[in-house]
Design a protein around this ligand. Structure first.
Ligand code: BGC
Length: 744
């Protein structure tokens, strides 16, 4: 029985040094060190900053608090204060936008590397690759002269319909924070601020500009905030973006609780809060409640809430100059920190280099998920194969640009068809057929960005000529690969999808191709769950690729041909049907004026596992071309205190014929808890390379404080004493071994 509760003290990130490597060590002395250093915001230049502020007029100060172009906030030239230059974003460095509108600046030198979207990064389950991404894109930001990257986007995937699912990492708060931290450190290692977005509870596009999000405090703390907290207290992110929506009745860019109390007072955030574009609704209230910089979309910049209106408020005494100085000081601090000021030697950066394309390749290759592989259909056996039918619009569709969200103008996006051409022997003939057309019901599509309430409406009838062409190609080839899924017009910011159905008649196309060529495999290119149950049943092999960056096509071909052994795992649950997903099962999506997260803490697999609902493909799932066996699961002791680190060890054997990487996953169950808990929760993972026939001893260090839940009454993180089960496996539904420990 658990009647006593251990109170964990809140560990704030105030440490006496400015950079540190994170170390976790167990009782037996095993140490896990992360290879990168984190730099805290320094106060080294505060005296200079104070003297600069003392020389500024009120107009000059306020000029720094709002956009003076689409992606810069103002500087003060006479004092040597530059504009703060921002850039999107999640897929790489966005093309230059005009100063006064969303139109392209029309430059011919703003090409960049298109990196795999965040969903891909999450599917690698490899924090080092998240660092690689951050570091690489940070270099590119510098090469384009930027101070702040509007990334990473770390909102939790609450509904499979979310238009920005591909831009976000995962449905799981632990995986989320383990990927967010190295990404941010990587960016900031290059004298660029990471602007972590969208703070917070911005989990749907529907009504995102008005919807009031309601949830209980425990859900907020356990599911929606951990990655933001780690971004601040562990990665020392220099900037945070306030979201569009409301939270508990107040817009996030003027939300005293979230910005002042949680972010600054509790977590010790010292950086700047930047609004999402046109997410500000007030002047004095926004500033007093924690916003520092207002950014926005076309209207004269002096009409922004933090522009002329603020000057007037200051002159009328409605806000003190001290308050304004506080915000200016924060901005100057981050400018000094990234060496935009103070005659410091700053990273110069490089952009669209071969090395960066290779960074994109590494992420892409580890992100691809093998969902099904019956009869060893993959890797492709090319003996006797003279021709391959490559079918589907997605074989040639490019995704660096598209839809409403920020993309990348790139010189390199290797499509799946090009990847196959690059990698297949010349003797094999490729018979390409487009198969389906990307078509929308224009009447109901509306303008891009004006589709928030509806979601894109696709035309799902196949074009008879295109279908016939595909059938002929499949008939006349030794085997066929259908490239299906969605694209970045269909999955887009500002709109959630209507349903999980594959658009454009693709399901019908796949069935018709299978009828004429049984040796057909299917590759899905998409960033969010789709209903692929029937297709999965019909085809031997099913591969999931993503919006997978500049080298996506090459990485995919390497997986299909066996040069790369797939090691990606789903970062979210693929449901059998929408109603199985928590937000839909509880009928709490998308709400109207308000949305209440009725499923509470049971987001993603937490819901499926607790309610015993069979997913189509579970969280953490992905096959390999080899087999892995788990054995000898042990902990270094049987009982622990709440401040201990639990050392979990096991053996991972590669019993198959090829080398490979496995994502070992550690889940925790607390069967005796006095409060509601999910059936299991991810609390550790490690991606391990094992040679064919070899075994590796794997250690995962699990700080007992990770077992805490948030006690709403006392507003504390609590570790309940009692028995916990530690489970090891390679998906949330493939647990291979289990041990129990006791917490005292
Ligand atoms: C998006 C942000 C983005 C900003 C600037 C907004 O619509 O929500 O993620 O950084 O635009 O492009």
């Amino acid at each position: 029985m658990k009647n006593k509760i251990i109170v964990l003290s809140v560990i704030m990130a105030f440490v006496a040094f400015t950079s540190c490597k994170k170390e976790v060590s167990s009782n037996s002395g095993k140490v896990q060190t992360e290879t990168y250093e984190r730099k805290e915001l320094s106060s080294e230049f505060d005296t200079t900053i104070d003297s600069l502020i003392a020389q500024m007029t009120i107009e000059e100060k306020i000029g720094m608090l709002h956009g003076n172009s689409m992606f810069t906030s103002g500087g003060v030239e006479r004092l040597g204060i530059p504009e703060l230059k921002m850039v999107d974003g999640p897929l790489g460095i966005r093309e230059e936008i005009s100063r006064n509108s969303w139109a392209s600046a029309g430059l011919d030198y703003d090409f960049a590397t298109y990196y795999p979207a965040a969903g891909s990064v999450a599917a690698t389950w490899n924090p080092e690759l998240s660092y690689t991404f951050g570091n690489s894109v940070g270099q590119e930001a510098r090469a384009r002269g930027k101070d702040m990257l509007l990334s990473p986007a770390i909102n939790i995937v609450r509904t499979p319909l979310g238009g920005r699912t591909y831009e976000y990492f995962t449905e799981d708060p632990f995986l989320n924070k383990k990927l967010a931290v190295p990404f941010i450190v990587g960016v900031q290692d290059n004298d660029v601020m990471a602007c972590v977005k969208h703070f917070a509870a911005n989990n749907q596009e529907t009504n995102r500009g008005t919807v009031d999000v309601l949830m209980d405090e425990r859900t907020l703390r356990e599911i929606y905030l951990p990655a933001f907290k780690a971004a601040v207290t562990e990665a020392h992110a220099y900037a945070i973006m306030g979201a569009y929506n409301k939270f508990r009745g107040e817009y996030l860019c003027e939300n005293d609780y979230m910005l002042n109390k949680v972010l600054r007072d509790e977590w010790g955030f010292k950086g700047v809060v930047v609004s999402d574009w046109a997410a500000v609704h007030s002047t004095v209230k926004s500033l007093e409640n924690g916003l520092d910089i207002e950014m926005g979309t076309p209207k004269p910049f002096n009409e922004f809430f933090l522009a002329d209106k603020l000057i007037l408020a200051a002159k009328e005494g409605k806000i003190s100059e001290n308050e304004i100085d506080k915000h200016v000081k924060r901005i100057l601090r981050v400018l000094f920190q990234v060496k935009a000021m103070g005659d410091q030697d700053r990273v110069k950066g490089s952009i669209a280099t071969e090395a960066h394309y290779q960074d994109a390749y590494k992420i892409a290759a580890e992100a691809i998920v093998l969902l099904k592989n019956d009869n060893n259909a993959l890797p492709l056996k090319l003996d006797g194969v003279k021709s391959i039918a490559v079918i589907g619009n997605n074989a040639t569709k490019k995704n660096a640009l598209g839809g409403f969200g920020a993309g990348v103008k790139t010189k390199r996006e290797v499509t799946p068809l090009e990847g196959l051409k690059n990698r297949l022997p010349e003797s094999i003939k490729i018979n390409y057929a487009e198969g389906y057309l990307e078509r929308y019901d224009e009447k109901n599509k509306g303008k891009l960005g004006d589709i928030t309430l509806n979601g894109p409406l696709s035309i799902d009838q196949l074009d008879p000529a295109k279908l016939q062409e595909a059938i002929e190609a499949a008939k006349n080839s030794d085997m066929a690969i259908v490239f299906a899924g969605s694209n970045r017009d269909y999955e887009t910011e500002a709109s959630d999808r209507r349903n999980l159905k594959l658009p454009f008649g693709q399901e019908e196309l796949i069935k018709r191709v299978l009828e004429v060529n049984a040796r057909t495999i299917v590759v899905i290119i998409a960033g969010a769950p789709f209903d692929i149950e029937e297709i999965g049943e019909k085809t031997d092999a099913l591969v999931w690729s993503w919006f997978n960056g500049s080298e996506g096509g090459n990485a995919l071909a390497d997986v299909l041909l066996g040069k790369v052994n797939p090691s990606g795992k789903l970062p979210w649950t693929m449901p059998k049907k929408l109603e199985d997903s928590p937000a839909h099962a509880t009928n709490s999506f998308p709400g109207d004026e308000t949305v209440t997260y009725s499923e509470g803490i049971l987001v993603g697999y937490r819901w499926f596992d607790t309610k015993n609902i069979e997913p189509l493909y579970p969280f953490g799932y992905g096959l390999s071309y080899t087999n892995f066996e788990f054995s000898d699961l042990k902990t270094d002791r049987e009982s622990y205190n709440a401040t201990d680190v639990i050392e979990v060890t096991f053996t991972l054997k590669n019993s198959g014929a090829v080398d490979g990487k496995e994502v070992t996953q550690l889940y925790i169950s607390d069967p005796e808890s006095q409060v509601e808990k999910a059936a299991q929760e991810l609390k550790g993972f490690k991606k391990v390379f094992v040679k064919s026939g070899a075994s590796e001893n794997v250690t995962i260090l699990l700080p007992a404080k990770e077992l805490a839940y948030y006690d709403e009454v006392n507003k504390e993180w609590l570790v309940e004493p009692g028995i916990y089960n530690i489970k090891i496996g390679n998906s949330s539904r493939a647990i291979k071994a289990e041990v129990s420990i006791t917490l005292n």
